[in-house]
Design a protein around this ligand. Structure first.
Ligand code: PLP
Length: 408
């Protein structure tokens, strides 16, 4: 009774790994949760208070989203970028993931997915029934495609429409795209538009974040939301900013929104106004400093000639490659690591790598962000002593993983 297209799809592996680690933990095994990537920090208090104040909001909101919220987001984004966005460019969804899904449903053309990329792009593209073209990226290019690699696939059929996904800072690699300008040159030349997944952009460790939208705003859909920087993944509020030139996409997404989720929960939308109007610079800076220090700790204490890693540049992740011939697949290796050390990791296959490539994604957020932030505010610096005190699971898990890597 099922359509062929969905028969081979499995539940999102990140959510599944979370369940497996919870089950093992219930059985008494000490588990290091480096599989699931979710903000360790609490939602800022002023935003939580706004949610409380607006619990009574019970009316359906406009399908494109609450006007005041769209205005705040347009202002916030225009101030950050060298481009003026209006409230009419913003569409609010129940997480950016849902909006991406609807984009796949409406888009007619080829989808270009870099490898590695986020677990959900591929299944969503499959459901969207477009042709999917994958681009293998290289460590030397920070795990992003080069302009010529993109151009090569487009040149095979210049008449087609193309949609390329760029996610910087990246999940799973933790890297930032540094060749945005050359990618924008290719974008301008062809029927190519970009979905710029900027969900980790506020958590860029270097303070001068640039996105592809800085170079070709007319051909870029910005996708982001509250989930990562604001510690509010469970609130389910994301949005697209779609330039005037791609208005038809926004209008069609609106139609699909109205026929599916109708509108995002009203209290959440009212609370989100505070997220974009309040001053959260110090919360974001502390989050970034902590994540950057913990990421650096993992990088420095795990890297070796058996474990190759690029130093994390933003977000929650790094992507170690284990140099070993012992396993038939990266998922077999992850099962062995889980059994022997209790460390949960996601295999590279989930991000599009060949199963023989021994990549994993390691999320370094297994710590209590509220405590860490409090201690950091008191101490004002982050050294190994503070990391051991506030992120003991990260420290012990990395130690176990390092010892395991010496046996391969
Ligand atoms: C790269 C990437 N894009 C998008 C999302 C989805 O975010 P949202 O909570 O807005 O649906 C995630 C969340 O895991 C992510 O890692």
């Amino acid at each position: 009774m099922l359509k062929d297209i969905v028969k081979n799809l499995k539940p999102s592996s990140t959510l599944k790994i979370n369940e497996i680690s919870q089950q093992l933990e219930k059985k008494g095994k000490k588990i290091f949760k480096f599989g699931f990537g979710q903000s360790p920090f609490q939602v800022p208090t002023d935003i939580v208070n706004e949610l409380k104040n607006n619990a009574y909001q019970n009316k359906y909101l406009p399908m494109q989203g609450l006007l005041e919220l769209r205005k705040s987001i347009a202002n916030y984004t225009s101030n950050k970028k060298n481009y003026i966005y209006s409230f009419d460019n913003v569409i609010i969804g129940p997480g950016s993931k849902e909006l991406m899904f609807l984009l796949h449903v409406i888009f007619d053309g080829n989808i270009i997915l870099p490898v590695p990329s986020w677990v959900s792009y591929m299944p969503q593209a499959i459901i969207g029934r477009n042709k999917i073209l994958t681009l293998q990226t290289k460590r030397e290019n920070n795990w992003f495609p080069t302009a010529s690699e993109i151009e090569e696939v487009i040149k095979k059929d210049k008449k087609k429409n193309y949609l390329l996904f760029i996610n910087s800072p990246n999940n799973p690699s933790g890297q930032v795209c540094e060749n945005l300008e050359e990618i924008s040159e290719v974008t301008k030349k062809y029927n190519l538009i970009i979905l710029s997944d900027e969900i980790y952009s506020e958590l860029n460790f270097n303070n001068d974040y640039k996105s592809i939208s800085n170079f070709c705003p007319e051909k870029t859909i910005i996708s982001t939301g509250l989930s990562k920087w604001c510690g509010a993944g469970g609130w389910r509020l994301g949005y697209f900013i779609i330039p005037e030139t791609l208005k038809i996409i926004k209008e069609t997404l609106n139609v699909l929104a109205s026929e599916t989720f109708s509108a995002v929960s009203a209290p959440i939308q009212y609370a989100a106004i505070q997220a974009y109007e309040g001053d959260h610079r110090s919360y974001i800076q502390s989050s970034k400093n902590i994540l950057s220090a913990v990421g650096k700790y993992v990088y420095e204490n795990l890297s070796s000639n058996k474990v190759l890693i690029n130093k994390p540049q933003g977000g929650f992740y790094l992507m170690p490659e284990f140099i070993t011939n012992k396993f038939n697949s990266s998922s077999e290796m992850c099962s062995s690591i889980l059994e022997e050390t209790g460390v949960v990791l996601l295999p590279g296959t989930d991000f599009g790598f060949d199963k023989k490539k021994m990549f994993v994604r390691l999320s370094f957020t297994d710590f209590n962000g509220k405590n860490f932030m409090k201690e950091y505010e008191e101490k004002n610096e982050i050294d190994n002593e503070l990391i051991s005190k506030c992120a003991p699971m990260v420290v012990e898990g990395i130690d176990r993983l390092k010892k395991w890597s010496e046996t391969i």
